[in-house]
Design a protein around this ligand. Sequence first.
Ligand SMILES: Cc1cc2nc3c(=O)[nH]c(=O)nc-3n(C[C@H](O)[C@H](O)[C@H](O)COP(=O)(O)OP(=O)(O)OC[C@H]3O[C@@H](n4cnc5c(N)ncnc54)[C@H](O)[C@@H]3O)c2cc1C
Length: 538
Amino acid sequence: MSGQLDALKNNPFFNGDIDTTEATRKEKSRDASIFEVLPAGVISPRDVNDIQAVVRWANDQTLAGNPVTLAARVGGTCMSGGSLTQGYILDLKKYVNYIGEVDVEARTITTQTGAMHLAVETTVKEKGLLFAPYTSSRDICGIGGMLGNNASGEQSIKYGPTSANVNKLKVVLSDGNEYEFGPLSRTEVEIKKQQPNYEGEIYRRMTALLEDNAFTIATNHPRTVKNAAGYQLWDLWDIHKQTLNLGRLFIGAQGTLGIITEAELKLVKPGSYRRMIVTPIGELSHLAEVVKTMLRYDPISCETFDHFTYELAEQLYPEDAARAHVARGKHMVILSVFEGETQHQTDVIAGQAKEMLEKLGHETFWIDDQATIDSFLLIRRKSFKMLLEHPTPHTRAEAFLEDTIVPLENYGAFLGELEGILKEYKMIYTYAGHIGAGSIRLVPLADMEAEGAAERIMELETKVNELVITYGGSISVDHNDGIVRTPYLEKQFGAEMVKLFEEVKAIFDPNTIFNAGKKVGGTYQYAVDHVIRDNVEG
Ligand SMILES: Cc1cc2nc3c(=O)[nH]c(=O)nc-3n(C[C@H](O)[C@H](O)[C@H](O)COP(=O)(O)OP(=O)(O)OC[C@H]3O[C@@H](n4cnc5c(N)ncnc54)[C@H](O)[C@@H]3O)c2cc1C
């Protein structure tokens, strides 16, 4: 391997760091997923020129018969194993993290993708603005990872996922050049197609693929409001604006088609006043009616957590649990936050939602003070983290089954069956999530040192994915396919769509230098072989 790196080390145009020490490789062998994969090394480029040099080196090596694959990484909080690789980690967080000025009038900011979300949030907050798709991992994740996974958060029911909050991107493609992607009119697309170069070839091949397979693509979209599984072929043409945006393809592609170097992000001005209402759910069959009713009143967030989460909060965040006491003893609670320009206007809408829910027979609580609102949201956001800190011996919290989405009308029945499966496997778990968008995060505790644990986990993953598909859902809403769900893409979409995903991969990355095994080519056996085998939290 070190011989392979010599060409990069000796390249006078490459000024980044290369680290192949055991300690660094071990540190980057895990993320927030259930997998462990030891990389060959970690490369930290200093700037875009370095990224280009690394990509060219990876191509040269691969064509010379020494395959290299590169997995971009920023925060390393991916729950599907997106940045784990036996090749080289491209660590963007260390240097490629410049954050530009906020354009207050246009409500945009341009940032390099190695910037951490928290740094961007702090910068835009000073101007009274917000990058709306912030995640529950907002303090520890990066912009590159949010783009790579198409992450979404508690305000995404109003403002959409990351993809809806990006104007344009710069991407280093497999030829080592950097290109800009954003919406193009039909005329501009035709001009691109005439170019006698790689960019022209991409536009020619992608427009042909979309046109020739329009029916297959249109008929294979999961019936959910959001989906991160597969390549996002559905969202490239905007039929209303008559524009094509190939940039959309890189968002949620987990770095398998190119390295996103820079993004112009859209910002929003948050309302100044808030009100929360909380609706406990006793019977799962009531869930769909409560959430659908709530959504008619346009809350900025509609979240949930279950009774296991609340019980953990009683142990770990007792003051917050005391404030959120109306959740005690309830199967789950729905937290809806309304936002407006005046407190009166906000209260009128929240009041109407509460009144309607009560008319339908669903007890609903009015949450007056900010401290209690914050406590409810803290318990929701800490659901996974609390499980990590759960004192049950001989287990660890495992992020699998954690990213399902089904159409809202099917949620009650789906959750009932899901809980049945988990009971059968004697699993302790919590769930919480962006229920307004139809997604929940179910995280079980598992003894990873038990014999056959890896096989059991992947067996359960298979059962739950099959259940999700039966209910018309998607196996991934936010956390993406990674190592854990790529093997199920054929079950989700069918063989024809998987063939299209392979064609897309071949157009952008013919030599598989970008994140091999994610989205295309990942196998069930690879997943089983790389499941973590200890109960030590990484
Ligand atoms: C406690 C906790 C809570 C979470 N809550 C949420 C939530 O509410 N919503 C949600 O959506 N997710 C959530 N996540 C998952 C995760 O935090 C998000 O997906 C986050 O956006 C990942 O960012 P990162 O910088 O850590 O990504 P990384 O793990 O570094 O990378 C994620 C993926 O993006 C790719 N990538 C990174 N940079 C680039 C780039 N420049 N170009 C191309 N590809 C790139 C990587 O190769 C990888 O496939 C949570 C995770 C944890 C641990």
